[in-house]
Design a protein around this ligand. Structure first.
Ligand code: ADP
Ligand code: MG
Length: 230
């Protein structure tokens, strides 16, 4: 698919197939179109050309809610009038779960993200990193089969980033979810990805296993994005 904003080609026609259960990490310099690609998959914007398929179904015209995806975006908008607990539980409303089931699921993700002590607060009373953790909790509480993550750890301190990295790896293993993960962090890319997609100026430069891209970058842009020596 392709995407143009006004006169600017943000994505040139690109073609990307993601397998079920894969952990795909998208890297590339700021402004190269990573977030736009994720937003197209999510249905938050429509493509200028091309189609989006999920499970073989053409979802190009389907609204985000009908695509069965969990998402964590850079803006991580939370519902300001709801508490942390209610924010996390919100996606479960559409599933007819009992109160006890909702409470135990919320408690489990809250514990994983170190949010237990904050459950009664509202978003205005949280730091940026805490809000980001609530947004991750809300995205994973439904255990979606596909999870889109746009730099989900960018506002967190180093220690929490390491913990969350393990948490995403565990989640991937446990749920068998398909993960599409945008990051600037080479360590996150190298340790989490089954495959890395390197983007540059609205194009896909190279796609491959982490070690393959590291040892045999096709272009200088790939070497820069991956941190290959030489
Ligand atoms: P990345 O996530 O890789 O940093 P983005 O996908 O956010 O890049 O943006 C790619 C390009 O598209 C940038 O030049 C950005 O300014 C432009 N862009 C993104 N969204 C819009 C929009 N809604 N209107 C106009 N230009 C946009
Ligand atoms: Mg971005």
């Amino acid at each position: 698919m392709s995407k143009r904003f006004g006169a600017i080609n943000v994505l040139h026609p690109i073609d990307l197939a993601i397998e079920e259960g894969e952990f795909v990490v998208i890297v590339g310099p700021s402004g190269c179109g990573k977030s736009t690609l994720l937003r197209l998959i999510a249905g938050l914007v429509g493509p200028t050309g091309g189609r989006v398929f999920i499970d073989g179904r053409d979802v190009t015209d389907a609204p985000p809610a009908e695509r069965g995806l969990g998402m964590v975006f850079q803006s991580y908008a939370l519902y300001p009038h709801l508490t942390v607990e209610e924010n996390i539980a919100f996606p479960l409303k559409v599933q007819r779960l009992g109160k006890a089931e909702v409470r135990s699921r919320v408690a489990a993700v809250a514990e994983a993200l170190d949010l237990d002590a904050l459950l009664k607060r509202r978003p205005a009373a949280l730091s940026g990193g805490q809000r980001q953790r609530v947004s991750i909790a809300r995205a994973i509480v439904r255990e979606p089969r596909v999870l889109l993550l746009d730099e989900p750890l960018s506002n967190l301190d180093a220690e929490l980033r390491v913990r969350m990295r393990h948490e995403f790896a565990r989640l991937h293993g446990r749920l068998g979810a398909t993960m599409v993960y945008v990051t600037h962090d080479q360590l996150e890319a190298m340790t989490l990805a089954n495959r890395i997609v390197v983007m540059s100026a609205g194009r896909i430069e190279q796609v491959g296993a982490p070690l393959e891209l590291y040892t045999e970058p096709a272009t200088l842009a790939v070497a820069r994005a991956i941190g290959s020596p030489g």
